[in-house]
Design a protein around this ligand. Structure first.
Ligand code: NAD
Length: 300
């Protein structure tokens, strides 16, 4: 047991019951993953339609497992029942760990975290799936910052093994230990990183996207660049990966990275003819990637 900020943080709470705030792409994926590995999870959103979408996605993923003969219908029903949809904080007092996965807006996240803190027990660990907001900054909204850390999943949650566990300035060892243990229970590979713009993965990935943008500005063919990077051994090239990430997300995260590391990033790399990066041009033309079926590649 370690003393942090005048409070005793728990060493490592085994997470028996979890909660997720937001039933979107990430929240729905996190609920599915937790449920499929046997940890019941409350999934809270503010809209019925969002809950329905999250549940539909989980049902689809479980149904695929049944089709492949990996799950029986009874097992599917049992695992699905591990996801408890809700529009209220009613049952959050029994939850050991909460993953906040609402929209990427510091004000909304700050308010949601402060609200959930009022509705959980003193020992509950709160985490955020933010991609770009400082964990230390988000902790400023909390009375028990020692019980808070980042838990950054990657999309699609059920396929991507990595989870970044982010230690903010006031994060206690107990919060990190519980989050690492929960990530492992979900079948993921957690790595503990310090708080900085982009954490670890995006800090490496965004200069790479910048390099790709510079090549585009120099007149390179994106399909050729993709093929080259695939031959180099990457599962997909940068243009296809940007389609998966989404141009809106890439532009936003690129701005955060450029602010954090101006000497390394500048903007998202090479300016095109209008002084904009290729990624910005795609975004301005509403070519967001797979999410709207139009990106570097066309879908459908
Ligand atoms: P999304 O827009 O698909 O889902 C957000 C959900 O939050 C919506 O269903 C919305 O109704 C709900 N919501 C809004 N306010 C709420 C509140 N007060 N309480 C409960 N629910 C609320 O977004 P997403 O892509 O799932 O992203 C969620 C978070 O995960 C963001 O912080 C994002 O940066 C992060 N993230 C996203 C990805 C990705 O590739 N999409 C990857 C890693 C991390």
């Amino acid at each position: 047991v370690k003393k942090k900020g005048g409070q005793y943080a728990k060493q490592s709470v085994p997470v028996e019951r979890a909660g997720v705030l937001g039933a979107g792409i990430m929240g729905g994926g996190i609920a599915y993953q937790s449920a499929s590995k046997g940890t019941p999870i409350l999934m809270k959103d503010i809209k019925d339609e969002a809950i329905e979408l999250g549940l539909k996605e989980a049902r689809k993923l479980f149904a695929k497992q049944v089709e492949r003969g990996k799950l029986s219908n009874e097992q599917m029903a049992e695992r699905l029942s591990n996801i408890r949809p809700t529009l209220s904080y009613g049952d959050f007092s029994h939850v050991d760990l909460v993953v906040e996965a609402v929209v990427e807006n510091p004000k909304v996240k700050g308010a949601v975290l402060a609200e959930v803190e009022e509705n959980v027990s003193e020992d509950t660990i709160l985490t955020s799936n933010t991609s770009t907001i400082s964990i230390t900054r988000l902790a400023e909204n909390l009375k028990r910052p020692e019980n808070f850390c980042g838990m950054h999943f990657f999309n699609p949650v059920h396929r991507m093994p990595l989870v970044e566990v982010i230690r903010g300035e006031k994060t206690g060892d107990g919060a990190v230990a519980a989050t690492v243990a929960y990530a492992r229970k979900m079948g993921k590979t957690p790595i503990v990183v310090n708080d900085c713009p982009g954490f670890l993965v995006n800090r490496v990935l965004f200069p790479y996207f910048g390099g790709f943008s510079q090549l585009m500005a120099a007149g390179a063919d994106f399909q050729r660049v993709d093929r080259v990077m695939e031959k180099f051994g990457w599962p997909m090239g940068p243009a296809y990966l940007l389609d998966v990430v989404g141009m809106d997300t890439a532009v936003h995260a690129g701005e955060v990275m450029a602010e954090g590391f101006p000497e390394r990033m500048g903007s998202l790399g090479g300016a095109g003819s209008e002084g904009k990066s290729a990624i910005q041009v795609m975004f301005d033309n509403e070519r967001l990637g797979q999410k709207n079926a139009k990106g570097f590649y066309a879908y459908e």
